[in-house]
Structures are given as structure tokens and as C-alpha cells.
Design a protein around this ligand. Structure first.
Ligand code: CO
Length: 289
């Protein structure tokens, strides 16, 4: 006897976005995949930026001190180094292949500055929302060196760097976040290779193609594009003859009201006003030189 409700449901591609070239911080050139007029957010994801340049003028000015409250920022570097400092005295050097998962919570002021004068800097910054009950929690860091990120190598040329969540092969990443149960994978497929990854029903999911060609449900993605996946319980992604490298990111939506302004993401306009007023009053502290 077969039970059709137990059949795996493959995720389709609901939308493909290219993002917008822009600059942020003190003049860092980047591509903002969202928010844009095309895609405002994908609960609980609030923002995704991709940066990649060999020209120091595109990145050297970095992100001088600025505050955050109410959500998490995730920085993942593919190439280069970034020095991070914050108002609580925390300091770290993010290296190529390393990740910094920062829960801003009630508020920090931080700076993110490229630690190199030339060469290639590339990577991503993702913002994830926090539920109302955790927006004012104390700030928390989950930082991992490149060597601390588990690598799954099934032996067919596939490489999966597991930052958060668990792969079909049972490898789990070091980052944990109960509220949104994120999955964050950096996947490299050989020519003709495939990824089959379970994705919880109801979780929102994204695929960003870094290089190569990737086909999902008959949609061929080009490098630099972001696919928003439809409903289902698994992803099947197939690399073409040039292979493919991509990020697969998914998480449980919060279904809460979102009020956002610049570096603050709260549930109401009143809470946003409070964030600005607390920051101006010095309640976040400041980076000490
Ligand atoms: Co920041």
C-alpha cells in the first residue's frame, strides 16, 4: 500500500532575484540581494548582502562603528580577513572560511573593518530576525575559525561546509539558534553532481549561486542570483558540467510584525523610537579606541 502523503515533495523555485549593486558602511561596494523592491524580506531573513572585489577601493573603508538591536548578523567570508570590535570589548579576526554569528539582542555598537590592503575580499552578510521575547536578550557571539566548520565529503567530489543545521548525511554545524532553527550550508558539487537535502515543511529557504550552473526543478540558475524556494520537504539541486558552488540557507519563520529602520529591527514603531533614544543616550556603550 502506498501513502501519497508520505511522498517527498521537492521544492520548486518561487522567484529568482539578482539584487542591486549598492554601497554601505563607509563605501563598501556590494550587491544587496534583499531588501529590494523585488524582495522585501523572507521571514525570518531580513537582509542578504554579497561582496566580492579585488579592488581595495571597493572595500577598504569597511563598516566603522554602528549599532544593532533586535536581530542577528551572520558574516561568512570566502576570501580575505575582517577585524571585528564592539562596545563590550569583544574583538576578533574573521578569516577566510570563518563565520561570525552575532546575536545583537538588546544592543551593541560594533565595527567591521577589512584587515588587508590588497587582494580579494569576498563573502556574505545575512540578517536573521529574533522573536519578540529574545530581542532584548544580552548580546551573544558564535564565532568559528575555518578549521572549526565541519566538512562533509561523501567521496564523489561533493563538499559541504556545515555552518548551521544538519545535512542529509547527518553532519551538524556548530551554530545553534532555537528560535529559528537555521540551516546554513556552503555546498560545492562536482560536474553532474546532485544535492538532496531535507528541509522542514514551512521553513523559508534560499539558494544563492556563487559559481557554476545549478538546476533546481528545471530552473537553471546563473552565478550571482538568489532563488527563493517554494513549499515542500526537500531540495534537489543538480550541477551542470561546470559544477556548482552555492549557499543553501533556510529557517523557521517567526510570523511576527516587523518594524525596521536602519540598524534596528523591532516589532513596533515605538520600540524603534526607543532603540534610537537608547543609542543616543549611550546605553549601548561605545567602542573604546
Ligand atoms: Co553591523
Amino acid at each position: 500500500m502506498s501513502n501519497v502523503t508520505n511522498e517527498p515533495r521537492r521544492r520548486s523555485v518561487k522567484a529568482v532575484v539578482r539584487g542591486q549593486a549598492t554601497s554601505d558602511g563607509a563605501g563598501v561596494s556590494l550587491v544587496r540581494l534583499f531588501p529590494t523592491t523585488q524582495l522585501e524580506m523572507l521571514d525570518p531573513f531580513l537582509l542578504l548582502d554579497a561582496f566580492s572585489s579585488n579592488d581595495p577601493d571597493d572595500y577598504i573603508a569597511g563598516f566603522p562603528p554602528h549599532p544593532h538591536r533586535g536581530f542577528e548578523t551572520v558574516t561568512y567570508l570566502l576570501h580575505g580577513n575582517m577585524r571585528h570590535r564592539d562596545s563590550s570589548g569583544h574583538e576578533g579576526l574573521l578569516r577566510s572560511g570563518g563565520v561570525q554569528w552575532m546575536t545583537a539582542g538588546s544592543g551593541i555598537e560594533h565595527s567591521e573593518m577589512p584587515q588587508q590592503e590588497d587582494g580579494w575580499l569576498s563573502g556574505f552578510q545575512l540578517w536573521l530576525n529574533l522573536p519578540a521575547a529574545q530581542k532584548m536578550q544580552p548580546p551573544r557571539y558564535q564565532e568559528f575559525e575555518p578549521e572549526q566548520i565541519p566538512l562533509e565529503e561523501p567521496g564523489d567530489g561533493t563538499l559541504i561546509r556545515v555552518i548551521a543545521g544538519t545535512t542529509a548525511g547527518g553532519v551538524s554545524g556548530p551554530v545553534t539558534q532555537c528560535a529559528t532553527q537555521p540551516l546554513y550550508l556552503d555546498v560545492t558539487l562536482p560536474a553532474g553532481g546532485s544535492l538532496h537535502q531535507p528541509l522542514p515543511v514551512g521553513h523559508n529557504a534560499l539558494v544563492y549561486l556563487i559559481e557554476g550552473r545549478l538546476s533546481i526543478d528545471c530552473n537553471e540558475l546563473l552565478p550571482g542570483t538568489l532563488a527563493v524556494l517554494g513549499e515542500g520537504d526537500q531540495l534537489e539541486a543538480d550541477a551542470r558540467e561546470e559544477g556548482a558552488r552555492f549557499l543553501l540557507i533556510a529557517a523557521r519563520p517567526l510570523h511576527e510584525p516587523v518594524a525596521r529602520s536602519g540598524p534596528f529591527v523591532m516589532n513596533s514603531e515605538e520600540e524603534l523610537r526607543q532603540a534610537y533614544s537608547d543609542y543616543r543616550a549611550g546605553k549601548f556603550g561605545h567602542i573604546v579606541a
